[in-house]
Design a protein around this ligand. Sequence first.
Ligand code: HEM
Length: 500
Amino acid sequence: TYHWPSPLIDQVEGLLFEGRGEGSPDNDLLDLVGKLAQCQSGSLGESGAAEWIRFAYHDAATHNVDDGTGGLDNSLLLELDRDENVGAGMKHAKADFGHFPNKYLSFSDVTAVGVALASAQCEGPIVPIRAGRLDAAVAGPFGVPRPEQTLAEHTESFRLQGFNPEEMIALTACGHSVGGVRSNDFPAMVPGIPGVAADNFILFDTTTALDNTVVREYLDGTTKNPLVVDKNATLISDFRIFSSDGNVTMNKLADPETFDQTCSRLLAQMIDTVPSNVQLTAVIDPIPHKVDGVQLSIGASGLLLRASLRFLDQNDNRNVTIHWEDKAGGCASNECSASWINFREVTTTLSARLGLFVTKYDFQVGVNATTSLSKFWFTVDEGDGSAPITLDNDGTGYVVEQDTVLYVPNSSTSLTTVVAVRNAVPPTRVFMDIYARGPVLTTTVDFTPATDIASRIGYDFYTFDYTGIDFTFDLHALVDGTTYTEDMRDTYFATNNPDF
Ligand code: HEM
C-alpha cells in the first residue's frame, strides 16, 4: 500500500495524472504532457505522440526472450546512430523526455509514461503503467525490424521480443495507427518535395487518432500506408505482416473494441518488456489524496513550509486546512494551522479519460524558526454535511526529517544555488551530490559561505555557482560528525517559488 513519500511512485503517478514532475507548479519544462499539446502537431501532420510510441518500440524491440536481455532499458539512446533507428522523430522524443529523469526516475520509465500519455492524447486506449525500469549503461545488440526484411525474419524478431505471430500483426497495426513515414528518413518510400528542404510526410491512415482506421483502410483497399502500397515490393513490410494469416487478425481488429483492448494489452506488454533482472512495480493507479511539492525553506523572519495537497475531483465547498507540530511535539506559538493560498486544476487528458478532475491546493505557511516543525497533516471538510476527515499519512503525519540544511530557492538563480545551514554548531562541510537528469551521480561539489547574504534567524548561508540549470541534487551538511540531508531537490524549483 502507498505511503508518502514514495519517490518513484510519486513521480510516475504525477507525470501520468498531472503531466508534471514532482512539485512543479507552473513550469512548462516540467510539464511532460504539455509537450504533446495535441495528438498531431506538425504542419505536415507529424505527431509527437507517434514519435514517442515509435521511440518506445525501438528501445523495447531488441529484447531477447531466450536469454532475458534487452528491452525497454534506454539502450536506444546509445543506438540512435544506427540505420535501424533512423528518424527525426527519435531525436524529438529524446529531447522531450530528457528533462524528466532523475535520481529515482529512469529515462526508460519516462519513455513508458510517454506511451500512456500519447495513447490517451490520441483517443487511444488506456495503457496501464508500471515503474522500476533500469537504464542500460551500454548499447545493446542490433535487431529492430527494418522494412526490407522478410516475413520469416520479422516473425523471428517478434518472437525474440516476446510476441507471437498474431501479436506481431496486431502490435504493428497499433503502432502504425498514428504517424507516418518521412522522406528524409526513408527517401526510397517517400519522395521529398523538389526545392523544399523540409520533410515530406505520408501518414499511415487518414485519421490522427490511435484507432483502427489503419486496419479498415487496409481491408477496404483505400490505404495509402507506404509500408503497404509502395511500388517497391521489398519495402512493403506492413502488407506482408498484415496479410500473413490471411487477414484473420486484421478482420478481428476491424472491431473498434477489439482493437482498443488488444492495443492496450500489447502496448503495455511492449513497455513492460524489460531485462530479466528488472523488477517492475504494480500498475500505478491515481493516488486519492496526494501530498507533494514539500519544501521547508527560509523566509525573511522565519521558516517557510510549502506543500500541496491534490484531489481527484473538484468540490467548491471543500475546506482544506494544514496543521503542524513543533519539534517538541506541541504548538508553542498557538498558530499551527493555516488555510491554502492557491488552487489549481491539473487534469491531463489521461486523467480526464479516467473520469478524474485533478485539483491541487497549495499551502505556504510561516513557521517559528526556534520551535520549528517536525511533521504536518491536513483536515478536509467537504462542506456537504459529512464529518471532516484527517489526512495524516496513515497516522505518522507527513514528517519533515530535518531543518539543519535547507535549500533556499528564493535566493537561488539559474547560476547560483543558495542553501541555509543552522549555525548553533558550525558545519564542517556543506556539499551537494548532483545528478544530471539520470540515476547516476554526476559529481559532488562543496558550497562556500555566502559573502552577500547576512545570517538570520540562526542560519548561515552558503552558495555554489554553476552553469546549466538542468539537474537535481541532494544537499548535505556535516555537523558534529552527523550528515544532515535534504533529498532530491530540482534546480527548477529556483524559478518556481517567487514568494519564497
Ligand atoms: C516489422 C515491424 C516494423 C517495421 C518494419 C516498421 C517500420 C517503420 C517505418 C519505416 C516507419 C517510418 C519512420 C520514419 O519515417 O521516421 C515507421 C514509423 C512508425 N512506427 Fe513502425 N515499424 C514496425 C513495427 C512497429 C511497431 C510494433 C510499432 C509500435 C507499436 C511501431 C510504431 C511506429 C510509429 C508510431 C511510427 C510513426 C512515427 C512518426 O510518425 O514519427 N512500428 N515504422
